[in-house]
Design a protein around this ligand. Structure first.
Ligand code: ZN
Ligand code: ZN
Length: 573
């Protein structure tokens, strides 16, 4: 190949979201320019104790601010925009998305726990918030728009998803056309008319697609997703049978579902009372942008709840995931100022229970039943549908686009593998199917794709104001602390000779009186350890701390099968 071709090679770099759930972020690089697609977060898993959120590792972009031609956002879900505030601290590319995506992003920036540091470019449209993100340039695009960003020409394609304003991307590069599906499904009867533009995909397919990257979330599910229309029918049936108040929780960003709830409530002459910040904010944004059509008369006031006939009330609130401070949790715990469950109430959880939240949510369901409410949730009723294409829908997209190369994205490793198998079944040549993980780059040149180098990627933990200062060692410590507790061993010495102690204090390890024997044994062990260290000529406190910690830990492991964190406090007097 010629040097010219190599210069125009396109490097595809998944920085997150492949082989994991969340952290969706992709970079395309050509002629020294970088186009970024999405910048999402991951909610911490159980083992990441105390971590608030997880963001992608941006190391690859270090020192490249001026090369980044744009950040494209496919839609406003947290796994696609949640890490944008963290990226914007270091880089200030123009941020491109639909008007609803950018409205949600502005809200995200305004409420971010971090602030932009204010350096970098920014002479375009300012978004007007006051925490250091004012110079962020935003560019609103609509489906069908075509824009140039460096060597890339991007067309935005409308897709149906569980949030408004979602796009797939058709990216024209010097090496050919790359299709990025975004998060999508093929709902033929969506509630809001935002249908996946299959025509456009077919046209691109006819022009020839070099490579397609497609959403793997539901590849394991056969058939088609249930249509939002069917959900509406099911909700209507439930409303029909409810004698008393109806309490609904859902994902606040799912404006289609919110519109359904309002429409059905109106038909049943029920007023809607909103409660919980994300629900209130999301509806404000939706109405402001004209996406939600809601009559003011339909809205009730929390303070009027007691005056209203229960059969005329719907309460729309936060808490579909059992979040500790959410409205539904407080209601279930009898901890809400205005709302107390009464017999005849029906609670509808119109959303998926995200893996990891099952325990919290089922606890709430149990509590609600106990207090006399009827509860309707996903496992027993068709009141939720996924925003991600099932197998048959994924096949349709593959058939329409007929890509030469295929890269499954947005899924755990097993889902990527399943999607690869599906692509093979649909006629993509095995050698042209590339199962990558975050950090595996691949290079397109002369119509072929070859493996590139590994680039830095991974998970950065955000804990309070700390970004990246909590690593795996700290997490291991926290896990040990939470499972096996701590033991403090304090002593005073003069030249290595103990003059006071050792005194033991334990937290979460053993109930001391019961284990007095064990503590005695530990004391003797420390005395012995100090003795040994003192006879070796150069006594050092550092050595003593290490040896004591090791010896005590080993003792506890042997006697009671636990490995507490041992904190030696050694003082010279
Ligand atoms: Zn999504
Ligand atoms: Zn997603």
């Amino acid at each position: 190949m010629t040097a010219m071709n190599e210069h125009q090679a396109v490097k595809i770099i998944p920085l997150g979201g492949l082989g994991e759930i969340g952290l969706n972020m992709l970079a395309l690089e050509c002629e020294g320019k970088i186009l970024l697609i999405d910048c999402g977060l991951m909610f911490p898993e159980d083992f990441m104790l105390g971590v608030d959120i997880v963001i992608p590792d941006f190391t690859y972009l270090a020192g490249r601010s001026n090369d980044i031609v744009a950040l494209l956002l496919t839609h406003a879900h947290e796994d696609h925009i949640g890490a944008v505030p963290y990226l914007l601290r270091h880089h200030k590319p123009v941020v491109v998305g639909s008007k609803i995506t950018l409205a949600f992003l502005e809200y995200e920036l305004a409420h971010s726990r971090v602030s932009g540091n204010g350096n970098g470019g920014g002479n375009g449209h300012a978004n007007g918030n006051g925490n250091g993100f004012a110079d962020v340039r935003m560019e609103t695009v609509a489906a069908g728009d075509k824009r140039d960003y460096g060597p890339f020409t991007v067309e935005f394609i409308q897709v149906s998803h569980s949030i408004h304003g979602g796009f797939a991307l058709a990216i024209r590069t010097p090496q050919g056309l790359i299709i990025h599906s975004g998060d999508f499904k093929l709902d033929f009867t969506p509630f809001d008319g935002e249908m996946t533009d299959m025509n456009r995909f077919a046209q691109f397919g006819d022009q020839g697609v070099l490579c397609m990257l497609s959403d793997s979330t539901n590849v394991e599910r056969e058939g088609y997703t249930i249509s939002e229309r069917d959900i509406a029918l099911e909700l209507e049936n439930i409303f029909h049978d409810c004698p008393g108040r109806i309490i609904v929780t859902l994902f606040a960003s799912n404006l289609q579902r919110i519109q359904q709830i309002f429409d059905i409530s109106s038909r049943f002459s029920r007023k809607i009372v909103l409660n919980g910040r994300s629900v209130v904010e999301s509806i404000r944004i939706g109405r402001q942008l004209g996406v939600l059509k809601i009559d003011d008369d339909l809205l009730g006031d929390l303070n009027d709840l007691e005056k209203l006939d229960p059969s005329r009330i719907v309460i729309l609130c936060t808490g579909s995931q059992g979040e500790p401070m959410s409205v539904l949790t407080r209601i279930a715990e009898n901890n809400h100022k205005h709302i107390e469950i009464e017999a005849g109430d029906t609670v509808i959880l119109s959303s998926k229970i995200i893996p990891g939240n099952e325990r919290a949510v089922t606890n709430i369901i149990n509590e609600l039943y106990r207090k006399g409410a009827d509860v309707v949730y996903e496992t027993i009723s068709k009141i939720h549908t996924s925003g991600h294409a099932y197998q048959e829908e994924l096949k349709v997209l593959l058939r329409l686009c007929k890509p030469k190369h295929f890269i499954p994205i947005h899924g755990e490793y097993r889902q990527l593998v399943q999607h690869a198998k599906l692509a093979k079944k649909m006629g993509v040549a095995s050698k042209n199917i590339h199962v990558l993980e975050s950090g595996d780059s691949i290079i397109a040149v002369d119509g072929a794709l070859r493996a590139g180098d590994r680039v830095p990627s991974g998970r950065v933990y955000v804990d309070g104001h700390g970004i990246g200062d909590v690593g795996n060692i700290v997490l291991t410590d926290r896990r040990l602390l939470s499972e096996d507790g701590t033991i403090t061993c304090a002593l005073a010495h003069r030249d290595g000779m103990i003059v006071s102690g050792p005194h033991f204090k334990s937290k979460g390890v053993v109930y001391e009186p019961e284990y007095a024997e064990l503590i005695d044994e530990a004391k003797n062990l420390v005395l012995e350890t100090m003795q040994t260290l003192r006879t070796d000529n150069a006594f050092s406190e550092e050595d003593a701390k290490q040896e004591i910690a090791r010896a005590v830990r080993r003792l506890f492991a042997k006697r009671i099968g636990r490995r507490p964190i041992v904190i030696p406090v050694i003082m010279e007097v």
